[in-house]
Ligand binder design. Structure first.
Ligand SMILES: NC(=O)c1ccc[n+]([C@@H]2O[C@H](COP(=O)([O-])OP(=O)(O)OC[C@H]3O[C@@H](n4cnc5c(N)ncnc54)[C@H](OP(=O)(O)O)[C@@H]3O)[C@@H](O)[C@H]2O)c1
Length: 308
């Protein structure tokens, strides 16, 4: 039996309860991982609350958790390159708030000993989203990119990936996070009224493209105005606004898998000693509800991580 945190109904964070589940043996292409740490993402509370029931229905009891770091316990047929005892990190479509989880092998990468468990668990979703978003947006070296919501889990990694591609980044965040953005090589700008003027002041030659990781505050029309075209703007957070303004949304259903490329990008930065993965808060798995409440608060610097 595996201990997990799960919800049996949609609701607030209090619906999360400990349960015991029985995992089947890993099937073809699957790996069973003993989880050491799991990242908390906004998707966790959006799914748990029922807000995404149309796009993302779950079967009860539902175990959240889309990214993890841990130790390989068993591998299914057709899995090569991974063996019991290997330390790994990766992404999974739910189930990681648990002592053990089954993960598609192609979504795992070996964890270097020098990368901590919590940091490794904070990486997969942000890295995959960042690599994908930069590609889908088509931002080129030498261009200037405006990132809305730059201080969060995705923004923190996306800024570093963009800088590594030779892109100048302007990031919006609250004042408290401006030093954090500067340390990542971005130009910080406060969000709210007057944002367009503040962006123009730091980018007198203009902004080439914009990426929205916030999904509120009228940033989509403002981004079209600043970049000069809806095709130069991408959102990862506002599906409805994307339709309204004719802007692209990326949700990971493009067909291509970005996982391994994203992990390679992150590990190259880690080996160079420059990757920063700030942890907003680390809690034990049993306090998953508190972890989701903090995430729901919406003003994170980096990630909330649960340890197992
Ligand atoms: N489509 C996809 O594939 C995909 C993948 C991953 C995530 N997402 C979505 O992308 C969004 C961001 O995810 P995340 O994990 O980075 O979230 P997060 O870690 O919770 O970060 C949210 C960030 O937003 C900032 N923020 C809040 N209000 C803001 C505003 N009005 N303007 C600018 N920044 C603001 C906060 O910084 P301050 O403290 O500075 O306010 C915080 O750092 C979520 O909606 C998530 O569901 C989508």
């Amino acid at each position: 039996m595996t201990k997990a945190m799960a919800f049996n109904e949609y609701g607030d964070a209090d619906v999360l309860r400990p349960i015991d589940i029985e995992l089947p043996a890993p099937g073809p292409g699957q790996v069973r991982v003993a989880v050491r740490a799991v990242g908390v993402n906004p998707l966790d509370h959006k799914v748990r609350s029922g807000a995404m029931v149309d796009m993302f229905p779950v079967a009860f009891p539902a175990v959240p958790g889309y990214e993890l770091a841990g130790v390989v316990e068993a591998v299914g047929e057709d899995v090569s390159g991974l063996a019991p005892g290997d330390e790994v990190f990766g992404a999974v479509m739910g189930g990681a708030y648990a002592e053990q989880v089954l993960v598609p092998a192609g979504q795992l990468s070996r964890k270097p000993a020098s990368l901590g468990w919590e940091e490794a668990a904070a990486l997969p979703v942000a890295a995959e989203t960042a690599e994908r978003a930069l590609d889908v947006l088509g931002v080129q070296p030498g261009e200037t990119l405006l990132v809305h919501g730059a201080a969060g889990g995705v923004g923190t990694v996306l800024l570093q990936f963009a800088r590594a591609r030779g892109i100048t980044v302007i990031g919006t965040a609250s004042e408290a996070n401006h030093d954090h953005l500067r340390a990542l090589g971005a130009i910080p700008v406060a969000y709210g009224d007057g944002l367009a003027e503040r962006v123009r002041a730091v980018a007198p030659d203009g902004v080439d493209r914009a990426l929205d990781a916030v999904g509120q505050g009228g940033v989509l029309p403002l981004s079209v105005e600043l970049t000069g075209g809806a095709d130069r703007v991408l959102t990862i957070a506002d599906f409805v606004g994307a339709e309204q303004y004719g802007i692209r949304f990326t949700g990971g259903t493009e067909g291509a898998s970005y996982h391994q490329r994203a992990y390679a990008t992150a590990l190259a930065l880690h080996e160079a000693g420059t990757l920063r993965l700030p942890l907003h808060r680390v809690l034990p798995l049993a306090e998953a509800a508190e972890g989701q409440r903090i995430s729901e608060g919406g003003h994170l610097r980096g990630k909330v991580v649960l340890t197992v």
